[in-house]
Design a protein around this ligand. Structure first.
Ligand SMILES: Cc1ncc(C[n+]2csc(CCOP(=O)(O)OP(=O)(O)O)c2C)c(N)n1
Ligand SMILES: CC(=O)[C@@H](O)[C@H](O)COP(=O)(O)O
Ligand SMILES: [Mg+2]
Length: 625
């Protein structure tokens, strides 16, 4: 790490010679691989942009100039170069460096990211503010070909082309989203990439631009005209040019000297410029180059073999249960179709896509579109299952409300990664869905206590003629035996898990039912008798049962893996108050009104008392003797 050790601040690399910069790239790559192998992380995307990151720091003056990394999962080299090298071994750990840019972590993180397709909007906002303030700094957005499939990116391009502000958009095209990129835009980028004569001429123009004097000079105008005429001859109707952006590229984004040359030219240009770079996802680490999807986001792995080092378990994940159950149901019910927003692997829909390609839709990183498209499928007689991560479904609130629920369309929304997700941290925890969905009239919202119940809820949803949501967490299910045949659950009916004559009842939902049951078992040994209820439904709730509990018990404890604000406990309180059934004591356990940090899921649940021990201590403190 001879070179990297001497980079104390990014400006230090401006003095390096070309061969030193190339060595720096190798040193950064090694550090990224070492740390990701130990901590897990977004390896392949970060490896692909090492040269691009160094080239950007060589040419621009960050943090005076601003850089925004779309999604932000590729920003490891940026972090290493901006004073976080010594702490980089803490990446994604509790209290450590975050896996995404974070405005409070460094002055070089101009804008926090985690969810896709926001970078151009944010860059445009900064450019407008800069111009109001009569400043001259540059604003650069780096967006991947996957993130460019998101609607917000198109909205921003549309606006950028009209406003004509000085911004630099770097389209980092590695032909991959998490899986293979999809859509017409992706095909369009293929077409640009595979036009060799165009590539060569445009590269030469890139070189020419580099030698230009400042904007406004006649030479600059001539070069721009030349570029336009090349465009017209070779790629009629270049989409980006037609939208009002200057398109440069494609350029080999792993060729650092070439990139530096082109970026120096672009630094002298005015107006919105889009530089199209082609990079190799996973560059420099063979297992990741070969399997960029596996190494997109990976847990601990063996550097020599690329094999995962995670615990091997026979217990399936909730995602696997969802995946298998959907296949089973789809075999019988030909109206079942599946929709994902660029996450076929993560949501467990890959087997469905292989078995039923005509009934499967990967729409790209476009959650809003996925939901309204599902509404359309349902309006035309299909039974869509839309599988989204809870955190990304936040994007689709109006589509759920206006397009699905208001029209009472039978769309089933399966919210994977609900609750605390772990090391991805606050951008990715799915801890708001009870609160933001339960206020929608007519919605059916369920959370299973285990994998068996997930299957039953899916079966129930498929038989419903109205919108349904099922939310389940990241990772392993409970390891219970699966029923031979799958039954429906009675809509709006809670399940009594443990009945006792004692004064205390725990009403738990979803992932919190098992810790509640465990807590009750242990408390009964201490002579504290508790009943346990599995609420099953966030909406409609078992109003009669909960009102009765309010009248007959003296202490009700609700437990949920969601923020308390507006969540499940709040819904129980509403029922008790509506029915004049308030018991002498009621407490709600859940997540506080703040963003939850990163860390292992088990660690964060423990910290927030959402464990059997946490429940026991609250009951011990509050039970009425
Ligand atoms: C709104 C939203 N939906 C889904 C995701 C999950 N996700 C993270 S990265 C990614 C693929 C991004 O592809 P690209 O922008 O091309 O970057 P690459 O990983 O190829 O560098 C997806 C789908 C997300 N972060 N945000
Ligand atoms: C960056 C991003 O949004 C995804 O890569 C996400 O980290 C995937 O999470 P899982 O690992 O839970 O699939
Ligand atoms: Mg990509």
């Amino acid at each position: 790490m001879d070179i990297l050790n001497n980079i104390k601040q990014p400006d230090d690399l401006k003095l390096l010679l070309q061969n030193q910069l190339l060595q720096l790239a190798e040193e950064i790559r090694k550090l990224i691989i070492d740390v990701a192998a130990e901590n897990g992380g977004h390896l392949a995307s970060s490896l692909g942009v090492v040269e691009l990151t160094i080239a950007l720091y060589k040419v621009f003056d960050f943090p005076t100039d601003k850089i925004i990394w779309d999604v932000g999962h590729q920003a490891y080299a940026h972090k290493i170069l901006t004073g976080r090298r010594d702490k980089f071994h803490t990446l994604r750990k509790k209290g450590g460096i975050t896996g995404f840019p974070k405005i409070t972590e460094s002055k070089y993180d101009a804008f926090g990211t985690g969810h896709a397709s926001t970078s151009i909007s944010a860059a445009l906002g900064m450019a407008c503010a800069r111009d109001i303030d009569r400043q001259t700094y540059k604003v650069v957005a780096v967006i991947g070909d996957g993130a460019l499939t998101g609607g917000e990116a198109f909205e921003a391009l549309n606006n950028a082309g009209a406003l004509k502000k000085d911004i630099v958009i770097i389209l980092n095209d590695n032909e991959m989203s998490i899986s293979k990129n999809v859509g017409a835009l992706s095909r369009y980028l293929d077409k640009i990439r595979s036009a060799p004569e165009y590539t060569k001429v445009k590269k030469d123009v890139g070189t020419l631009l580099q030698h230009l004097p400042k904007v406004g000079d006649r030479v600059y105008k001539t070069a721009s005209l030349l570029k336009d005429s090349i465009k017209n001859v070779l790629v009629a109707g270049n989409l980006f040019e037609e939208m009002g952006l200057s398109y440069i590229g494609p350029v080999d984004g792993n060729d650092m000297p070439k990139l530096i040359e082109v970026l120096q030219g672009i630094n002298n240009m005015q107006g919105p410029v889009l530089l199209h770079v082609i990079t190799k996802k996973g560059k420099g680490y063979m297992p990741a180059e070969k399997k960029p999807d596996k190494f997109h986001g990976i847990g601990r792995f063996d550097i020599q073999t690329g094999e995962s080092l995670g615990k091997i378990s026979n217990i399936p994940t909730y995602t696997q249960i969802f995946s298998e159950m959907l296949l089973k149901m789809a075999e019988v019910d030909k109206d079942i179709v599946a929709v994902t927003a660029a996450m076929p692997g993560g949501t467990g829909l890959t087997p469905f896509s292989q078995k039923y390609p005509e009934r499967f839709f990967d729409v790209g990183i476009a959650e809003e579109h996925a939901l309204t498209m599902a509404a359309g499928l349902a309006a035309a007689g299909k039974k869509p299952f839309v599988a989204l991560y809870s955190t990304f479904a936040q994007r689709g609130y109006d589509q759920i409300l206006h397009d699905i629920c208001l029209q009472n369309l039978p769309v089933t929304i399966c919210l994977d990664r609900a609750g605390i997700v772990g090391e991805d941290g606050p951008t990715h925890h799915g801890v708001f869905d009870y609160s933001f969905l339960r206020n929608i009239p007519g919605i059916l919202m369920m959370a299973p206590k285990d994998e068996n119940e997930l299957r039953r809820m899916m079966y129930t949803a498929a038989g419903c003629k109205s919108p349904a949501v099922i939310r389940y967490p990241r990772g392993q299910a409970c390891g219970v035996n699966l029923d031979a045949g799958v039954q429906t659950v009675d809509i709006g009916k809670a399940e009594i898990i443990t009945e006792s004559a004692g004064d205390t009842v725990i009403i738990a939902v979803g992932t919190m039912v098992h810790p509640a049951r465990k807590a009750a078992q242990r408390l009964s040994d201490e002579g504290i008798a508790c009943s346990v209820v599995n609420a099953r439904f966030i909406k409609p709730m078992d109003e009669n049962m909960f009102a009765e509990l309010g009248r007959t018990k003296r202490f009700i404890l609700t437990v949920e893996e969601n923020v308390l604000a507006g969540g499940f406990g709040s819904a129980v309180l509403e029922i008790l108050s509506r029915n004049d059934a308030m018991p002498p004591k009621i407490k709600c356990m859940g997540l506080p009104d703040q963003f939850i940090c990163q860390g292992a899921r088990s660690e964060l649940l423990q910290e927030n008392n959402l464990t059997a021990e946490g429940i026991i201590s609250v009951i011990r403190e509050n039970s009425i003797k």
